[in-house]
Design a protein around this ligand. Structure first.
Ligand SMILES: CCCCCCCCCCCCC[C@@H](O)CC(=O)SCCNC(=O)CCNC(=O)[C@H](O)C(C)(C)COP(=O)(O)OP(=O)(O)OC[C@H]1O[C@@H](n2cnc3c(N)ncnc32)[C@H](O)[C@@H]1OP(=O)(O)O
Length: 367
């Protein structure tokens, strides 16, 4: 004989919770045979729970320990209003079901029939009345808002620090250029490298932000950008003293900082839900000449460093004894030069798309 298990229920504005009092529940032999015939054995021993017409929840014949001990149990319930087609099921000790309401709201009862079925009881562990459920939502909203404000405060501070760092570099270099003229090109590294090291190490945060979805930005372009710059700064310029006095350092630093003095304040305004049209235009336009020039300056730095790496034998790569002793790091740099232009292509395309997206949305809003 088939019995009906005890079903506990509770609701929130958006979902319904059902807890079926059935432990060690498995699909019954009969249902298993039926399913095996239908699906040719391609199903496990998982319980079969179905939603028919988004209204009727059915638990097909299941074997388990219920109120009357080990038996076969089944039930069906017709909901008061339609629900969404997916049932979230978890079977720990008992069978727990979560069903999303199709329309948000509070139901006066669970079932279409007015009289409560005898096997249905409130789940007092989860039971809330309408106003308590409302309070629960507000609490969630409050926590969510607090998280958003923390995130915004963090991003604002991050962008502010980067803006100050890059502005310091940009203004200093410009003033030095006016005062010392061409001479200033030769000591950029000594005067600016500390702040540049700081800003570029900090920029690694942007890769984490992209990876963990803190901001809506693409991971690969951000990764290329941060790794690419740090490679130039720490490996090519930082590790070779012979490079420190080269004018190419000036061009690399100047091109990097020129874009950042527009990009970071643009993000800062974004954190305050504000926009300054001129700044937006500059952020999404200035990169067009600056990016290829930046890559060109970086490529010149790499090319200039190749003979130095060969001479100083720095970072030579050891090889297995059978092949030889070691190879010069300059081989890596030749490969890197190819990657650079690949990186330029990927990021240029990304920035172009971002620009189009930004100005298209703007135009649509204006219409
Ligand atoms: C296996 C190893 C392989 C290694 C390969 C190495 C290859 C190396 C090639 C390297 C070439 C690099 C050359 C480069 O260094 C040269 C230069 O930089 S020259 C100077 C010119 N440069 C630039 O213009 C690039 C500047 N950088 C960028 O624009 C970004 O870093 C980039 C990732 C390229 C693009 O940015 P993003 O995708 O974030 O675009 P958006 O600005 O439109 O932002 C998208 C949304 O995210 C929000 N966001 C992003 N960051 C923040 C933040 N910090 N704070 C708050 N919000 C942020 C932003 O507001 C957008 O949101 P919404 O759409 O809602 O407005």
């Amino acid at each position: 004989m088939t019995l009906t298990p005890l079903v506990h229920w509770a609701q929130r504005h958006e979902e319904i919770f059902l807890r079926v009092e059935l432990t060690d529940a498995q699909v019954s032999t009969l249902t298993w045979l039926l399913l095996a015939l239908l699906f040719r054995g391609k199903h496990g021993s998982k319980l079969k729970i179905e939603l028919i017409f988004n209204m009727i929840c059915v638990l097909h014949l299941a074997q388990g320990y219920g109120a009357k001990g080990l038996h076969e149990y089944e039930f069906s319930l017709e909901f008061l209003f339609p629900v969404k087609p997916q049932v979230h099921k978890s079977t720990q000790r008992q069978v727990n079901l979560t069903v999303q309401k199709e329309r948000r709201g509070w139901w006066e009862r669970l079932t279409l029939q007015e009289r409560r079925p005898v096997f249905l009881t409130p789940d007092f562990d989860r039971w809330l009345d309408e106003s308590d459920a409302e309070m629960e939502i507000w609490e969630k909203v409050r926590i969510n808002n607090r998280f958003i404000s923390l995130k915004t405060a963090f991003l604002f501070m991050y962008n502010l620090v980067q803006f100050l760092g890059f502005s310091w570099i940009f203004v200093n270099m410009t003033v030095r250029l006016f005062i010392f003229g061409r001479d200033s090109l030769y000591d950029t590294f000594h005067t600016m490298s500390d702040i540049m090291f700081f800003c570029q190490i900090l920029a690694s945060v942007e890769v984490l932000n992209a990876a963990f979805g803190v901001v809506r930005t693409a991971l690969i372009p951000t990764f290329i950008q941060v790794i690419g710059r740090n490679f130039i700064l720490f490996i090519i310029l930082g590790s070779l003293e012979e490079m420190h006095h080269r004018p190419v350092v000036f061009f690399v630093f100047y091109l990097w900082s020129t874009i950042e003095i527009f990009r970071y304040p643009f993000y800062m305004l974004g954190c305050c839900n504000t926009e300054w049209k001129t700044l937006t235009w500059l952020r999404y336009t200035v990169w067009i000449p600056l990016y290829p020039l930046g890559v060109l300056a970086e490529a010149v730095a790499v090319i200039q460093s190749i003979p130095i790496f060969d001479e100083t034998r720095l970072f030579r790569i050891p090889l297995p004894k059978v092949i030889g002793t070691s190879v010069s790091f300059s081989y890596v740099l030749h490969v890197y030069l190819i990657f650079m232009f690949l990186g330029l292509f990927i990021n240029f395309r990304h920035l172009y798309k971002q620009r189009k997206k930004r100005f298209r949305t703007k135009k649509r809003k204006a219409n």
